[in-house]
Design a binder for this molecule. Structure first.
Ligand code: ADP
Ligand code: 5GP
Length: 203
């Protein structure tokens, strides 16, 4: 792989199905690397350090901010989350598409720094369905669910800041739509001409 990969920023309220849809997308495509974030929240059952997140203490996280290690970072429902910068740039340079699953404040920081990033908002079919999914997941207390729903209302109002909106009514369909977006974006003439020129095809 020599063509520089796409930086794909995905946001959507907690419980919309981002992890589920990303899991399905990564089975369809083998050219994507998921950016593993650092967080101060506790691991959920089944989550592994270094796979789902780098689980860090608040002190460790603050130290990483001080070392300018993050492409972006934000506080979300009482915890810190951040994208380690170096692995993102290394994977992109190797030609991988790099997928960030980050909330709206962090996404705004990335889109400002990297205007060529592709942005996708994964929306739940409705807030009622979102509440059902959060309860069904069974990983959050009532207080956390209330906090996540309140945040979700504010986040959905920002969906128009994203180039694409995918509604996750059916997770397989949502993964197929994401696949199509990535394919179309990588064929945009601006990107193709740049990589073709590098390969001397058009010089
Ligand atoms: P997120 O990563 O956005 O927080 P998850 O992927 O953890 O969301 O999904 C939240 C819950 O909703 C999980 O229990 C998951 O199995 C379920 N879920 C995800 N997508 C769908 C869908 N299209 N239809 C029904 N349930 C779904
Ligand atoms: P959860 O706790 O449900 O895994 O994630 C909560 C929220 O944090 C989700 O909206 C998720 O997209 C977001 N998130 C995960 N990693 C990062 C990150 O590195 N930076 C930012 N800004 N948000 C993140």
């Amino acid at each position: 792989m020599t063509e520089k990969g796409l930086l794909i920023v995905m946001s959507g309220p907690s419980g919309a199905g981002k992890s589920t849809v990303i899991g399905k997308l990564m089975k369809i495509r083998s050219d994507i690397r998921f950016s593993v974030s650092a967080t101060t929240r506790d691991p959920r059952p089944g989550e592994e350090d270094g796979v789902n997140y780098f689980f860090r203490t608040r002190e460790e996280f603050l130290r990483m901010i001080g070392e300018d290690a993050f492409l972006e970072h934000a506080e979300y429902v009482g915890n810190f989350y951040g994208t380690p910068a170096r692995p993102v740039d290394e994977r992109l340079a190797e030609g991988w598409h790099v997928l960030l699953d980050i909330e709206v404040q962090g996404a705004a920081q990335v889109l400002q720094k990297r205007p060529d990033a592709v942005s996708v908002f994964l929306a739940p079919p409705s807030l009622e369905e979102l509440e059902r999914r959060l309860r069904g997941r069974g990983t959050d207390t009532e207080e956390k669910i209330a906090g996540r729903l309140e945040t979700a209302r504010r986040e959905c109002a920002l969906a128009n800041n994203y180039t694409y909106i995918v509604v996750n009514d059916d997770a397989d369909k949502a993964a197929r739509e994401l696949d199509a977006i990535i394919t179309a974006e990588s064929c945009r003439s601006g990107r193709k001409l740049e990589s073709m020129a590098k390969g001397d095809l058009l010089s």
